[in-house]
Design a protein around this ligand. Structure first.
Ligand code: ZN
Length: 331
């Protein structure tokens, strides 16, 4: 398969074109590392100002959407140790959280000093949605350029369940452990906009409502909450503007007691559904659901092209795929 000679995007990626050197249109638009460096220091400044403005306003300074994986564990370290924030770590258990991830959640919240709340929705509901995702794309093609149908469903729960908690507890910041490839720098700090979120909610909730009916309601915002614009938090993704070096991050985390799980695949350090979700997406679209974010990391030099290609060519964890199929009751 032909791929961009600069990043890793394949010729099967929607809307892609290549110049005479084989460089893709996404790479030609990239403004370069120098600009990225400038943006990073500007956003770090912006983050510090935001903390001055918001820190201490509520019982917690921020929530962290926490999976026990590498990136969100490192984000917890940043929030606690570099910025001394009072963090409420929120864990979403979709029924496929690896044992090692759970153990990391316990260890890291203890060692870094954060409160932790685990939200586990009724598995019957998750199961119906995941099973439906096997044969149905459910969401818009644009959404599915960046994540599989199963991942998109899960992230919708995570976003809205945790936003509800932040609004209800009046917590001013919601932190995310998105890697630099997942969170573009320009959206790494923003005040959440109720009108925009209402549209996003409809695009994600409605397809799931068709599968499980009104059982989906508890996980999404109510009309009254959408009117509570003053209490909509800021969303922050610190890894977009902090230094990001995978080897250094893993070394730091290991020194804090974090252990790399062995039961998942190289693209996820927490979820046993990920391999199956990726396989279904690859079969359906002929490009890997992680291609876009890995390409972005290769482009901005936080990952080598070789390493990126390795991640994309992994066949997934066979045992995890079998486990997921079995738990969902699919052949
Ligand atoms: Zn490219």
């Amino acid at each position: 398969m032909n791929r961009c000679t600069n990043c890793v995007l394949p010729e099967t990626f929607p809307g892609i074109s290549f110049d005479e050197k084989g460089v893709c249109n996404y790479c030609s638009k990239f403004k370069g590392e120098e600009k990225l460096k400038e943006d990073k220091s500007q956003y770090l400044e912006k983050f510090k100002q935001l903390l001055q403005q918001e820190k201490g306003k509520s019982d917690y300074d921020c929530t962290l959407s926490y999976s026990g994986g590498k990136d969100s564990s490192y984000t917890l370290y940043i929030l606690r140790k570099l910025f001394n924030l009072r963090v409420l770590a929120l864990v979403f258990d979709n029924g496929f959280l690896s044992d090692q991830a759970l153990s990391n959640i316990h260890t890291m919240t203890e060692n870094l000093g954060a409160d932790c709340q685990i939200f586990k929705p009724n598995f019957e509901i998750m199961k119906k949605i995941f099973k439906h995702a096997v044969d149905h794309p459910m969401y818009s093609p644009k959404t599915l350029e960046r994540a599989s149908t199963m991942c998109t469903s899960c992230i919708a729960f995570v976003k809205f369940v945790f936003l509800k908690i932040a609004i209800e507890k009046r917590i001013p910041l919601m932190a995310w452990g998105w890697s630099p490839g997942q969170a573009p720098i320009r959206s790494s700090i923003m005040k959440l906009n109720p009108a925009l979120f209402k549209m996003t909610q409809a695009a994600l909730k409605n397809p799931m409502k068709e599968v499980v009916g009104d059982d989906i309601n508890p996980y999404f915002l109510t009309e009254v909450q959408f009117k509570d614009a003053d209490n909509f938090p800021y969303s922050v993704s610190p890894l977009a503007f902090m230094d990001y070096d995978e080897d250094k991050i893993v070394a730091k985390l290991k020194s804090l007691g974090w252990q790399a799980p062995e039961d998942v695949d190289g693209n996820s350090t927490n979820c046993l559904l990920n391999s199956l979700a990726n396989q279904i997406h690859l079969n359906r679209y002929n490009f890997h659901p992680y291609a876009f974010e890995i390409a972005e990391m290769v482009r901005s030099k936080v990952m080598t092209r070789k390493h990126g290609l390795e991640k994309l060519s992994e066949s997934g964890n066979y045992a995890a795929i079998e486990y997921a199929k079995n738990k969902l009751g699919i052949k």
